[in-house]
Design a protein around this ligand. Structure first.
Ligand code: NAD
Length: 379
């Protein structure tokens, strides 16, 4: 084993997991991490088989998080797993992160950070007390052209922001939602596993995060209209939230999992008094810069005209498209710097504070809808 690499563990992320492959490849990309062990699957035998397939030491494929912590802490410090990625369904994030942070592990956690804002605040306090590194994988913040957008807005390229609009449209819940028996196949539609929200907890929160990440603005209040589609479906699958920032900027977040035919269409538009910027995840290497009376300009990764932050986030020459794996790779790269105690650029990876903001946003959306579309402050 290369001693210079950061020893990584995974909770979830095993054979049938959706997001596991993204984390494993991302961790590999920057040559900063070495996957050592974990609790790869809810089924231990399947977790061991997975470890064998990856040619890992199967004695580090544990049956539960509790055993993982006990056995890893019993190892000499230089052999111990240093950072643990939590890739399980939402309802497990809080308890697992609390246990890992309390035991002194650095954590990379999937979103949403928890299922309530109170849990997120509790976790934030523990992270601060334990002084560990905590990364929350809002993956879209890792794209070079999202980072370019952030840098251009900060440098004044669009002037004073006057309108923000983020949309996240998917259609994959359609085949399940209209058939009551099939709904049980989707953990995201089960409040016990998903938490209080399906659509806004799963994807609306990414759109919210992208707005705060790229603009630096803080959303102060929301007015939301969400839909479960059927009275016997407890969780939202579609919704629209009007937002207002502390500086009085107005905007909108639309999220849907029943937008028929849509795959993973997250986009963000930010308009200022001097220009506008537009980015769409399904064409992630194009950032459109618009100015009044001028032809639109397309910024693309790897070119020297980009900001340093975007340049650092690209691995290959212009014209060779990078995507979701690379975006996650950039987030892992930023987290590695923090774990090594090196200088980390603002925005290099989302953290526990972003998680608290996200959970407060989700709860404000739900409360606004409950009150019949009232404006609710995000406190
Ligand atoms: P999934 O259902 O595909 O995988 C869940 C994994 O967790 C499985 O491997 C399962 O065996 C494992 N698991 C469940 N309980 C466990 C336990 N007690 N111990 C160990 N492992 C356990 O789910 P998914 O779609 O990969 O989503 C997982 C998380 O990732 C969710 O919180 C989701 O919101 C998030 N996610 C984030 C993004 C993103 O863009 N950042 C994308 C997809 C999913």
């Amino acid at each position: 084993m290369n001693k210079g690499k950061i020893k990584l563990g995974l909770i979830g992320g095993g054979p049938n997991s959706f997001i596991g492959i993204v984390h494993r490849i991302a961790a590999y990309m920057g040559e900063q991490y070495q996957l050592v062990g974990g609790v790869f699957d809810i089924d231990h035998a399947s977790g061991i088989a997975f470890a064998e397939k990856l040619e890992l030491d199967t004695s580090r494929a544990y049956e539960s998080l509790e055993v993982f912590i006990e056995k890893e802490l019993a190892l000499p410090a230089d052999e111990r797993i240093e950072v643990v990625s939590i890739l399980t369904p939402n309802f497990l994030h809080h308890s697992m992160a609390m246990k890992l942070v309390d035991a002194g592990f650095n954590v990379i956690c999937e979103k949403p950070i928890t299922i309530t804002a109170a849990e997120a605040v509790e976790l934030e306090q523990l992270v601060e007390r334990k002084k560990v590194v905590f990364c929350l994988t809002h993956t879209y913040t890792g794209y070079p052209m999202v980072r370019q957008m952030k840098a251009m807005i900060a440098a004044g390229a669009i002037g004073k922001i006057q309108k923000v609009d983020a949309q996240y449209y998917q259609g994959w819940i359609n085949p399940f939602i209209h058939d009551k028996d099939k709904r049980a196949q989707v953990w995201r539609l089960d409040p016990k596993k998903s938490g209080q929200s399906c659509c806004f907890g799963d994807i609306g929160v990414h759109a919210f995060n992208l707005i705060e990440y790229t603009t630096g603005l803080e959303v102060e209040k929301v007015l939301a209209d969400i839909d479960t589609l059927y009275p016997d479906n407890p969780l939202d699958v579609d919704g629209t939230a009007l937002i207002r920032t502390k500086d009085g900027v107005k905007g909108v977040i639309c999220a849907s999992q029943i937008a028929t035919g849509e795959e993973n269409n997250i986009s963000i538009m930010v308009y200022g008094d001097k220009g506008g910027l537009k980015w769409e995840q399904e064409n992630p290497t194009y950032l459109t810069y618009m100015q009044e009376g001028k032809p639109a300009q397309i910024f693309k990764p790897g070119n020297p005209y980009n900001a340093e932050f975007a340049q650092e986030s690209t691995k290959i020459a212009p014209g060779h498209p990078e995507g979701l794996f690379d975006a996650m790779g950039n987030i892992y790269k930023g987290t590695a710097l923090a774990i090594r105690g090196e200088k980390v650029r603002e925005g290099a990876f989302p953290g526990v504070k972003d998680g608290v903001r996200g959970m407060k946003f989700i709860e404000a959306v739900l409360e606004s809808n409950k009150q019949g579309q009232a404006w609710i402050e995000i406190k």
